[in-house]
Ligand binder design. Structure first.
Ligand SMILES: [Zn+2]
Length: 80
């Protein structure tokens, strides 16, 4: 997995996920910085949010509570 321009240290570096005998880790290609556990968690969380908002059509209200909006994605439930 890659995260482009997401390095918390040099801010422009590309992060990559790798794995060794100690487990998986995330490091920066450009500056060689290793993310801390907390930074990894944030990175994965943010990337997951981005993917979800992209899947939802890019519309993101920004509020933490998602209200009961109408099914915008045309999921036609067969209700006759
Ligand atoms: Zn970096």
């Amino acid at each position: 997995m890659f995260w482009l321009k997401s390095c918390p240290k040099c801010t422009n570096g590309d992060l990559y996920e790798s794995r060794d005998s100690f487990g998986s880790y995330v490091a920066c290609l450009q500056c060689g910085y290793y993310l801390t556990q907390a930074e990894e968690v944030v990175l994965r969380y943010v990337s997951r949010l981005a993917r979800q908002s992209a899947a939802a059509g890019g519309h993101q209200g920004g509020s933490e509570k998602v209200s009961h909006t109408a099914p915008a994605l045309g999921t036609s439930g067969a209700s006759a």
